[in-house]
Design a protein around this ligand. Structure first.
Ligand code: PLZ
Length: 451
């Protein structure tokens, strides 16, 4: 039986409505205020200010409503105001907003660790640490791997995105806008070729062969015994929703195990039901040594985590890991409620249902529009890669035009990709079928009108 969103009740009407004067006067005024005080380096892709959000809908301050196909970059999987999360946050905040787990601990932190140890792949003994952002989780996964192995080198991949802090910028592949002029970068980071089926020179290359290509390069350029960690997004996010060829991840993980290298799966974007499994590595039965999590974990509250083998995490001396706010009690309450909603609504099944609906529509569109070079993704993490008609030449101009056309019609979609030519769909998993179909129809019309 397919789970539908029909048992989910929405507080806001689930309908898009954009007035002719979009962006409206209140948003325009707020944009002016913002320009005078907020640094220009923080950019927003949508020129309206939010008043309310629920289910698959975002309301702006001028009375427009938008279909949300971005979930605030894969965060609000349970919706932006899931009643269970809202209730848990209210309850928690009335008792204490903060004590610092490193000073006076509280149960919520332990309960989140129990849940993450249960939900992450593998039945080995695990330990968890909580932080605030995805980048912080990645930084700490690398710290642990280096300490536990006594090695320095870290391997990352082409098209990778791991964050904006110094170490995670070094791990991130794309220069503009993430790295240019922000150096010097953290040392001992090595970049290897990814498996990117659509852009392989030899389209017949298997996942195992693509892994061999990377492994040979690691052996030649670094030496397996020098490598502390391999970090990889099982489905790459910002880099373009790249799904590696089947067999790539298992082959890399097996080789890492053989060499005593810590295999880190960065599931910050792909985790928590997003791909129709709790974690994207589950699709191929890969068991990471450490997994990094954030985004979908806490229904929008800032929380991140690393969960990994007990012997790795417990190798770190007391005081070596932590941070003032890491595992904030309100965020922990939100995470517990959010995981509860994922289970209650079986959001893994919902993500697979979204895949069924959306992939069908996207494939139909691709069959008639030669500007769509590739359709890919899993669950509710889907994308189309736009090209110059009939070629593989990236088409970032069309990508921008399509996103802008969708927005004018009341649909928020995000773009990504090393070449800026990928439209990604990341709807809240609680979106109704009707709203999703409406959003997809707007997207299809926007591609047709601009191709
Ligand atoms: N790892 C796989 O996707 C965050 C950031 C967009 P933070 N991705 C969206 C932007 O322009 O900043 C991300 C990710 C993966 C790590 C991160 C970093 O997570 O919570 O943004 O630090």
């Amino acid at each position: 039986m397919t789970t539908t969103a029909h048992d989910i009740t929405y507080r806001l009407e689930q309908k898009r409505r954009v007035q002719a004067d979009f962006p409206g006067p209140k948003s325009v005024a707020l944009t002016q205020r913002r320009k005078a005080v907020v640094a220009a380096g923080v950019a927003s892709s949508v020129p309206v200010f939010v008043a309310d959000a629920d289910g698959g809908i975002i309301h702006d301050v001028d009375g427009n409503s938008f279909i949300d196909l971005g979930s605030g970059i894969a965060v609000t999987s349970v919706g932006a105001s899931d009643p269970a999360v809202v209730g848990a946050v209210k309850e928690a905040v009335e008792h204490f907003t903060h004590t610092c787990f490193m000073v006076t601990p509280y149960e919520g932190y332990v309960a989140v660790a129990e849940q993450l140890n249960r939900l992450t792949p593998g039945d080995h003994e695990k330990r968890t640490v909580l932080f605030n952002s995805g980048a912080e989780a990645v930084e700490n996964a690398v710290k642990v791997a280096r300490l536990a192995t006594g090695r320095d080198a870290v391997v990352a991949f082409d098209h990778a995105y791991h964050g904006r802090t110094n170490l995670t910028m070094a791990l991130t592949a794309k220069a503009v806008p993430y790295k240019t002029n922000f150096g010097p970068f953290a040392p001992e980071v090595y970049r290897m070729p990814m498996s990117y089926p659509f852009r392989e020179e030899n389209p017949a290359i298997t996942g195992a062969e693509a892994a061999k290509r990377a492994i040979t390069m690691i052996e030649k350029q670094i030496g397996g015994e020098q490598v502390a960690a391999i970090i990889i997004e099982p489905i790459q996010g910002e880099g373009g929703f790249i799904v590696p060829a089947t067999g790539f991840l298992p082959a890399l993980a097996a080789w890492a195990k053989d060499k005593g290298i810590v295999f880190i799966a960065d599931e910050v974007q792909s985790g928590f039901c997003r791909t129709g499994e709790w974690f994207a590595v589950n699709h191929e039965g890969v068991i990471p040594d450490i997994i990094t999590m954030a985004k979908g974990i806490a229904g929008g509250m800032p929380l991140s985590a690393i969960t990994g083998r007990a012997e790795l995490l417990d190798a770190v001396h007391p005081g070596g890991l932590g941070g003032t706010y890491g595992g904030n009690p309100v965020a922990c309450a939100a995470a517990l409620a959010s995981i509860g909603s994922m289970e209650q609504y079986d959001l893994n099944a919902r993500a697979r249902h979204i895949e069924e609906i959306a992939l069908g529509k996207l494939n139909e569109l691709a069959a008639e529009q030669s500007v769509i070079g590739d359709v890919r993704g899993r669950g509710a993490m889907l994308a189309i890669e736009l090209v110059q008609a009939g070629t593989k030449e990236p088409n970032p101009e069309l990508t921008k035009a399509v996103a802008a056309a969708c927005l004018k019609e009341g649909v928020i979609i995000l773009t990504c990709g090393t070449y800026g030519n990928v439209i990604r769909l990341l709807p809240p998993l609680v979106i109704s079928d009707e709203l999703l179909l409406d959003g997809l129809q707007v997207l299809a019309a926007a591609v047709k009108a601009n191709a």
